[in-house]
Design a protein around this ligand. Structure first.
Ligand SMILES: *Cc1c(COP(=O)(O)O)cnc(C)c1O
Length: 210
């Protein structure tokens, strides 16, 4: 567990969605500071009830009308999936004089159920336009591999995302983060250049959805 959490080569975001604050506190007490949630309401409650030096990561789909609730305290929004969302994050950040760190979510598996820009959309983004958001720092890309047990496929998807990341990094000085890899595929993701993994069940145990 400690090997997974503390590592010089990558940041491990402990994904605590659906888990109680007591579970988070246990991992926090080991000295771990990065936690991820996918719902705004749950994130707000946990932020209020846990130590203020936790780095909170938003990893789930974010509705524009909820942006203002998390901007004051969020460390990194991994799930920017539209230009409209970027505009709202910029506007709300400006209001409180903050610069918000964001990743662009890429739909690497081409599953319709997944949010994010596909490769074509990603490549047609106007870089100068992206750089012009005064209150946003775009730090990199986030992606999720197909829900599949075909390791070759998963690795290929991660490899493609890493190539996009490397290409964009040449144009975006602010790029330093490639968020890819979850409990079942983080080892493949790290092989393919990830430097931020988002691990839930491997740390907290399986989730029960009621
Ligand atoms: C839930 C979730 C994770 C963690 O999933 P595990 O399989 O439990 O590690 C990572 N990333 C995102 C976007 C998630 O929603």
């Amino acid at each position: 567990m400690k090997e997974l959490l503390f590592n010089n080569n990558y940041t491990c975001v402990a994904v605590s969605k659906t888990k109680p604050t007591t579970d988070i506190k246990k991992i926090y007490n080991l000295g771990h500071k990065d936690f991820g949630e996918n719902k705004v309401q749950e994130l707000e409650i946990k932020y209020k009830n846990l130590p203020k030096d936790i780095n909170w990561h938003m990893i789930g789909h974010l509705q524009t009308n909820k942006v203002k609730k998390i901007v004051p305290f969020i460390t990194l929004i991994h799930s920017v999936d539209s230009i409209k969302l970027l505009k709202v994050i910029n506007k709300e950040s400006k209001k409180i004089n903050k610069i918000t760190n964001c990743l662009i979510q890429v739909n690497i598996s081409n599953e319709d159920s997944k949010y994010g820009f596909n490769f074509e959309e990603l490549n047609s983004l106007d870089i100068e336009f992206l750089k012009n958001f005064e209150n946003i720092k775009i730090k990199g890309l986030m992606g999720m591999a197909s829900y599949s047990s075909n390791e070759k496929n998963i690795q290929k998807e991660f490899n493609l995302l890493n190539r996009q990341y490397i290409n964009l990094k040449k144009l975006m000085e602010s790029f330093d983060t490639l968020s890819m890899g979850m409990s079942n595929d983080y080892k493949l993701a790290l092989k393919e250049g990830s430097n931020m993994i988002r691990v839930g069940s491997k740390i907290f145990g399986e989730r029960n959805y009621h």
